[in-house]
Design a protein around this ligand. Structure first.
Ligand code: CP
Length: 302
């Protein structure tokens, strides 16, 4: 695989072998120089903490180097009217791989179409976030020891949340999983994802009652309402604050279950939940470094 732009590229065996590589990456040091003389460019047109910094940390831990623009929408030549395609053609001459985050859905695919070096989609508008989906899947495997025979509640903004859209598609690679979509009426899971799940035989249903979902779920994947994607503030206000996980909600959750979140969170998981051992979201974010090390090693290693 040269480029990583969408979850539909992934096959189960490849994902499991990436997880094995991620395990090995936990003991790799920069002095091992697995990616010596390789340069990664991180080209971010939208804000990021975890994706950009964990990719950069991963590259440095592999002994490689990084060039970066963290606000490419304003501080790259995009502001002068340069297209993504032209920017990528240029940056490919400076780096051996490019992680791109862009505000337009499909931008990573357009970048990959012209790039002679590997392109990794670090999030394309409300489209996809495939490397987040990999680290989310790795976290489920790591925390629960299984990817099959699960009930998974996907909660919050299922319309604009690219992380949860990509994660839903990952369950095409599993057996006997049921997805529960718990979303405000303004932000339901898109028909494109539903059709892909139908084609793969993945069971799903809409469940507007968060309490009912929590009482049966093995995994609860909470998400932020994506304020920046709404056309009107009133539409955002209507969707916001409906599904909140607090100590009372945690009382409904099974003892074996976990709560995940791609982060950042606003107020949809109360801070008191952080102390509960079932709160897996900070461990989930840490896993991003190891998954991205494994990915970069595969894409950029000789
Ligand atoms: N989960 C995620 O994509 O976080 P950032 O927006 O901080 O990269």
């Amino acid at each position: 695989m040269k480029h990583i732009v969408a979850v539909e590229q992934f096959e189960r065996e490849w994902v499991l072998s990436l997880f094995e590589s991620a395990e090995r990456m936990k003991s790799v040091k920069s002095s091992d120089e697995l990616l010596r003389d390789r340069i990664l460019a991180t080209l971010f047109y939208e804000p990021s903490t975890r994706t950009r910094l964990s990719f950069e940390s991963a590259m440095l831990r592999l002994g490689g180097q990084v060039v970066s623009t963290e606000n490419a929408r304003e501080f790259s030549s995009a502001i002068k009217g340069e297209t993504v395609e032209d920017t990528v053609r240029i940056v490919a001459g400076y780096a051996d791989g490019i992680v791109i985050r862009h505000h337009e859905q499909g931008a990573a695919v357009r970048a990959a179409a012209v790039s002679p070096v590997p392109i990794v989609n670090g999030g394309d508008g409300p489209g996809e976030h495939p490397t987040q989906a990999l680290l989310d899947f790795y976290t489920i495997q790591d925390e629960l020891g299984q990817l099959d025979d699960l009930k998974v509640a996907l909660v919050g903004d299922l319309r604009f949340g690219r992380a949860v859209r990509s994660l839903a598609l990952m369950f095409r690679l599993t057996r006997n999983v049921e997805l529960l979509f718990v979303s405000p009426a303004e932000v339901p899971m898109g028909d494109d994802i539903r059709h892909a799940l139908d084609a793969a035989g993945v069971r799903y249903r809409d469940e507007p009652d968060l309490g009912k979902a929590l009482s049966v779920a093995d995994v609860v994947y909470q998400t932020r309402i994506q304020r920046e994607r709404f056309v009107t503030q009133s539409e955002f206000q209507a969707a916001q604050g409906i599904y909140v996980i607090d100590e009372v909600s945690m009382g409904l959750l099974g003892p074996h279950a976990i709560v995940m979140h791609p982060l950042p969170r606003v107020d949809e998981i109360r801070p008191e939940v952080d102390l509960d051992p079932r709160a897996a979201y900070f461990r989930q974010a840490q896993n991003g470094v190891f998954i991205r090390m494994a990915l970069l090693h595969q894409l950029l290693g000789s």
